[in-house]
Design a protein. Sequence first.
Length: 206
Amino acid sequence: MTGISGTAHQQQFEQVQRRIRACTACVDAGFIERAMPIFQGHTGQRLMIIGQAPAWRNEETPPYSGASGRRLQGWMEQAGFPPGSLHERFYLTSLTKCFPGVSKSGKGDRAPGTAEIALCRPNLDSELAFVQPEVIVTLGRLSAKRFLGNRPLSAIVGHRFQEDGQIVLPLPHPSGVSRWLNDPENQKQVDRALELLSELRQQLDL
């Protein structure tokens, strides 16, 4: 993405974002009933958060505006970021861009399947290519798998990784449905991960 001005770069990316917002691939494939891609951000943001899929929201509501977002903002503040930084400093996106529906159990949202993630992968690839974040925070096992392979959260949370010139810092999903956070030992790993994020914030002046 070199050789073009910052303004032209952002304009090109806005075209990509319009294409993503118009995507109906998962509806056409029968995975979801309605396409409503949700993400937020622009080029030049040095931090990116990648979840597995957005929760139910209307088009005007920013991602991570509910209970999960409040917990996530709390984590960012624990890492030393100011209030409101989640929606100001981070590019917010996910493996799939549309609400996948509720789970069969009725508790929480359905996790997107392998085929859905594959359909939406070009969108995330485009976001990564244009934004070029220095630090990527993944939320949950599925988004961590995109960069680190199929590894349990217990093996990766509390550690930082270098992938394709970018720092990847895994966190569990902040959803209240996640039982992983109920274990005190796992919470210690989250605290360590946030210490690492705080160190990166200071070292890289994020």
